[in-house]
Design a binder for this molecule. Structure first.
Ligand code: S3P
Length: 433
């Protein structure tokens, strides 16, 4: 249990944000495929990214860790080795889904497992398109859950390859898109992916920096197969906007706040939170904008403001998919109602986040949160109570509840350590401010 007290003053000063989780995963996977060493800086040493490191090491990749600086000695596009045990993706959907794509075209067999949450999450969405490419993947039951075994295409016949496909994705998911892109690198012929709405494009951006040809037009991504990749010498990971989101919201709703959040990635496919918070009346400014490692970043300055309700959905959702639990907190402090549509995907995240929000947030603001099958309605300006809330072992629920409690009347949360998945120093920031 962890007690978060009501904060009696605004959030002030500067906050350093740990490295971006999505980019950290990709930096390890892609660097493993090069033939030259890559130095990754500001790597996120969260449990999810450490699962990716462990999986790549199990396939023979030499990875040195020096605090947040990681040195990856790649083995080349065809150099991964058969792991001699089951790979454990832990809580990490990104590790598992991207590696399903990367390992389908290999010349060995891999079996994955994961934690209790990951074992329940749907993997059919990745297995279906990979199987269309000729991948041989078997999962547990019809939902294709973990444990999952991939029999690499080149196991049986030397030289047999996946085939390039055109795939129209039913849901906008960067994990599914990235899995298909990684498989497409090894395919015979071009692979074209059509997304319903653009999702985060870190895989595409980083692959371009590895010399891979990826073409984009509106919602279509075309992957040209590669015979090798040329690794850059270094990759600088920007701070994670999904982690900065907690402070953006806390500073907006706490009176007397004036904070600068340093070095945050502001890739357009991730900045939905900024657009929505500004629409709600938040005072957010980018300062010191720059490009690092092919990604835009900036310091983000936030001062307190009176928020008002808003309505959004559709193409905005993939741009803030992980921030909905914290945006819901902001909405509880806003004047009027907020309606968030098209959020059914939240039911298949680390926990069913729509149910978790209704069950746990209503303990803090009774009756403020309602859901339908795929929307979330928040009635703003409620009376707040001190509460004991459950995190369901979901890092983003834990951090959102902590911010909610800090801005309301305090909260006690169970399993607080789940924040280690994406933000191991989260509570230090709250304690320090
Ligand atoms: C991620 C994509 C998103 C996001 C997850 C990280 C990624 O998932 O929720 O935390 O790194 O590609 P989906 O692509 O399934 O929406």
């Amino acid at each position: 249990m962890k007690l978060i007290s009501k904060m009696t003053h605004g959030l002030r000063g500067e906050i350093d944000i740990p490295g971006d989780k999505s980019i950290s995963h990709r930096s390890i996977m892609l660097s493993s495929l090069g033939n030259t060493p890559v130095e990754v800086t500001n790597f996120l040493k969260g449990a999810d990214c450490l699962s990716t490191i462990a999986c790549m090491r199990a396939m023979g990749v030499d990875i040195e860790e020096h605090e947040t600086r990681i040195l990856v000695i790649g083995r080349g596009l065809h150099g991964l080795k058969e792991p001699n045990d089951v790979l454990d993706a832990g809580n990490s959907g990104t590790t598992l889904r991207l590696l399903l794509g990367l390992l389908s075209p290999q010349k060995f067999v891999t079996t994955f497992t994961g934690d209790n949450s990951l074992r329940q999450r749907p993997m059919g969405r990745v297995i279906t398109p990979l199987s269309m490419m000729g991948a041989n993947i078997v999962g547990r039951n019809q939902n294709k859950n973990l444990p999952i075994t991939i029999i690499g295409t080149r196991v049986k016949e030397q030289g047999s390859r996946l085939k390039g496909i055109t795939y129209k994705m039913p849901v906008a998911s960067a994990q599914v898109k990235s899995a298909i892109i990684l498989a497409g690198l090894y395919a015979d012929g071009m692979t074209t992916i059509v997304e319903p709405y653009p999702s985060r494009d870190h895989t595409e951006k980083m692959l371009a920096a590895f010399g891979v040809r990826i073409d984009k037009s509106s919602n279509e991504i075309r992957v040209t197969p590669a015979s090798e990749v040329t690794a850059p010498k270094s990759i600088e990971v920007p701070g994670d906007i999904s982690s900065a989101a907690y402070w953006i919201v806390l500073a907006s709703i706490l009176e007397g706040s004036n904070v600068t959040i340093k070095n945050v990635g502001i890739n357009e496919t991730r900045t939905g939170i900024i657009d929505v918070m500004r629409n709600m009346g938040a005072k957010i400014e980018y300062i010191n904008e720059r490009i690092s490692g092919g990604e835009r970043s900036a310091d983000i300055h936030v001062v307190s403001s009176q928020l008002h309700g808003t309505t959004f959905g559709g193409e905005m959702i993939p741009r803030l998919i992980d921030e909905i639990p914290i945006i819901a907190v902001a909405a509880a402090f806003a004047e009027g109602d907020t309606v968030i549509n098209d959020v059914g995907e939240l039911r298949v995240k680390e926990t069913d986040r729509l149910n978790a929000i209704v069950d746990e947030y209503n303990k803090i603001a009774a009756g403020a949160f309602e859901t339908t099958e795929d929307s979330l309605i928040i009635h703003g300006s409620h009376k707040f109570n001190y509460a004991k809330s459950k995190t369901y072992d979901d890092h983003r629920m834990a951090m959102s509840l902590a911010v909610f409690g800090a801005a309301a009347e305090g909260v006690e949360i169970d399993n607080p350590d789940c924040v280690n998945i994406s933000y191991p120093t989260f509570y230090d920031v709250i304690a320090d401010k």
